[in-house]
Design a protein around this ligand. Structure first.
Ligand code: NA7
Length: 537
């Protein structure tokens, strides 16, 4: 591949070669025939699935829905092996897609974007990389993921720790050997809940540091039988239709019945069936679980009862079930033997809400009450979600205004696709879009296709720039807030949906909670009305 420094401007530059960037490249290059390049910081494709290779890393969406649906041939030829694919399998899938559509020749790896600046006179985005290369492109499309900027807590003394320390999203490519080691795991959400059981199997001892207790439902992962695989292939069109019709992009709809209008015995039987099925099936069991605290309590109490039945030690059970938020109002984890892990002799639980971590020393972690000697610390402490991956690109728009300044009080976008003052910049699954509230390949494909259609429209009409208007953006921000406030999601003040996990981050509910199907309809209408709310010139 020739180095484009100083070369002719591209039509589009895409940042990131994960799920979004790969498909965006395919659409712009192979459907519209545009000169496009992808810049990717990693040495390979995969995005999230390249980096997050911690023990137990696995997708929480079912495999037959966690994939691209734009190509029937691709759907038919790829065979998932398990109900929930492990990290290595998703990565294999994305590599297969890159090969199948001959994408690698337009991806430049080991290239981290450090700055992107809109040059108004030339109507070009000028992009600089960590290796000092420069690129110019008419359209800049960020495909950097919502959960890519790791959140490592700033704990006093951390740099003095003599042992090994890893954040789950930046896991070494070599195996980390836990044998004979005392391991500390900080973080008990989706990632920590996946990692703990696997680490406990080999570590001499595992100490789990829990700040917020969490619900988790058994995933009931298993190899897919030939019969199930056949059904998925045969019903691919219906599965896709459901994913498009659903609130969260999963291949099932929310039941048209309210928990509070269902007799308790019948309700219990429905929860039992969802529990037996495993995974995320409790949430769609009733229509009122995410809008009524009283309804949600019925689900929460059911899950708590199930969790208590697993944990043998009453002291651990009390800490693990001391949950302070409605079910699924924070991202709902699913697991394989998470609560069972606390029945092992080599696993301890520390309640750091009651006794916070005071410092890391050379040899371990000290809380306000005790010292825990450790050889390895695993941070499963999540991400500077949704905005972190965008802000670290150092984007400056019209008049040199920095995105970090435009978003000083929290992200503001129109449809999560564009930011006023940043012409020709598109943000795939940006804040203000359904993104993390969904089975994410669905919102990714919808955004990529919308952006592709928009660029095709501009080429047809001769428009050179597209930019969200301030007015449309203001109205959309109101809609994003209203959608969140209509659900229990906004009632949790310490969730990363609100930015609360990162000290100093503005508290703004970031994803659009009005549902994927409704959101798709809104975006389609905007396009049909000649891109209403966008200024095209
Ligand atoms: P999350 O969902 O952000 O969870 C991070 C966990 O780490 C959670 O238990 C946090 O507790 C805990 N945490 C964060 N900061 C600290 C500090 N400073 N001290 C102690 N504990 C802390 O990240 P995940 O990686 O689990 O999941 C993110 C997404 O990745 C998930 O939705 C999937 O899509 C994949 P808290 O709840 O904030 O008290």
């Amino acid at each position: 591949m020739t180095k484009p420094t100083g070369a002719a401007p591209l039509d589009a530059l895409i940042i990131g070669a994960g799920f979004s960037g790969l498909y965006q490249l395919h659409c712009l290059r192979d459907k519209l025939g545009l000169p496009v390049r992808v810049l990717e910081a990693a040495p390979a494709v995969g995005g999230t699935w390249y980096w997050n290779r911690y023990p137990g890393a696995r997708c929480d969406s079912e495999s037959h829905s966690y994939c691209y649906t734009f190509s029937d041939d691709l759907v038919q030829e790829w065979e998932w092996t398990e109900r929930y694919p492990a990290q290595a399998e998703v990565l294999r899938y994305l590599n297969h897609v890159a090969d199948r559509f001959d994408l690698r020749r337009d991806i430049q790896f080991d290239t981290r974007v450090t700055e992107a600046r809109y040059d108004e006179a030339a109507n070009l985005w000028r992009v600089t990389t960590a290796n000092g290369e420069r690129f110019a492109a008419t359209f800049l499309i960020t495909a950097v993921g919502c959960l890519s900027a790791a959140n490592v807590p700033d704990i006093p003394g951390l740099k003095d720790f003599k042992g090994v320390c890893h954040h789950t999203s930046n896991w070494p490519h070599e195996d980390v050997d836990f044998r004979g080691k005392r391991v500390g795991l900080i973080g008990t959400a989706s990632t920590g809940i996946q990692a703990a059981p696997v680490i406990a199997e080999t570590a001499a001892h595992l100490t789990v540091f829990q700040r917020t207790a969490n619900y988790s439902v058994p995933a009931r992962n298993a190899p897919l039988t030939p019969e199930v695989k056949r059904q998925h292939k045969e019903n691919a069109a219906e599965i896709r239709r459901l994913m498009h019709a659903s609130t969260n992009g999963h291949p099932y709809l929310i039941a048209d019945r309210a928990a509070l209008a269902t007799p308790p015995e019948e309700r219990e039987a429905i929860y039992e069936a969802a529990w037996a099925r495993g995974g995320l099936y409790i949430r769609p069991s009733f229509s009122d679980l995410m809008i009524s605290k009283e309804a949600n309590d019925t689900a929460a109490q059911f899950i708590l009862k199930k969790i208590r039945a697993v944990i043998k030690d009453p002291a651990k059970a009390a800490v693990l079930t001391n949950i302070d938020h409605p079910y699924a109002a924070k991202r709902p984890p699913i697991d394989t033997n998470y609560f069972e892990t606390f029945n092992r002799d080599n696993v301890a639980l520390v309640d750091i809400k009651a006794a916070p971590i005071a410092e890391v020393t050379a040899d371990g972690i000290r809380t306000s009450e005790a010292f825990y000697p450790l050889d390895i610390i695993v941070f499963a402490t999540g991400f500077d979600a949704m905005t972190g991956s965008l802000l670290r690109l150092n984007i400056a728009g019209r008049d040199g205004v920095k995105l970090s300044d435009a978003w000083e009080a929290g992200p503001r976008t129109y449809l999560g696709l564009q930011v006023a003052g940043f012409p020709n910049l598109f943000t795939i699954t940006g804040p203000g879009s359904p993104s993390v509230l969904c089975n994410v390949p669905v919102p990714i494909q919808q955004h990529v296709e919308w952006i592709t259609d928009c660029i095709a429209h501009m080429r047809k009409t001769g428009a050179k720039t597209i930019e969200a208007t301030v007015d449309a953006q203001d109205r959309w921000v109101e809609q994003v807030n209203a959608a969140a406030n209509a659900t229990l999601l906004s009632s949790v003040k310490h969730s990363w949906y609100l930015g609360a996990n990162v000290p100093g981050k503005p508290r703004v509910f970031m994803p659009y909670a009005g549902g994927m199907a409704r959101y798709r309809g809104i975006c389609d209408d905007v396009a049909k009305q000649g891109y209403a709310g966008f200024a095209l010139s």
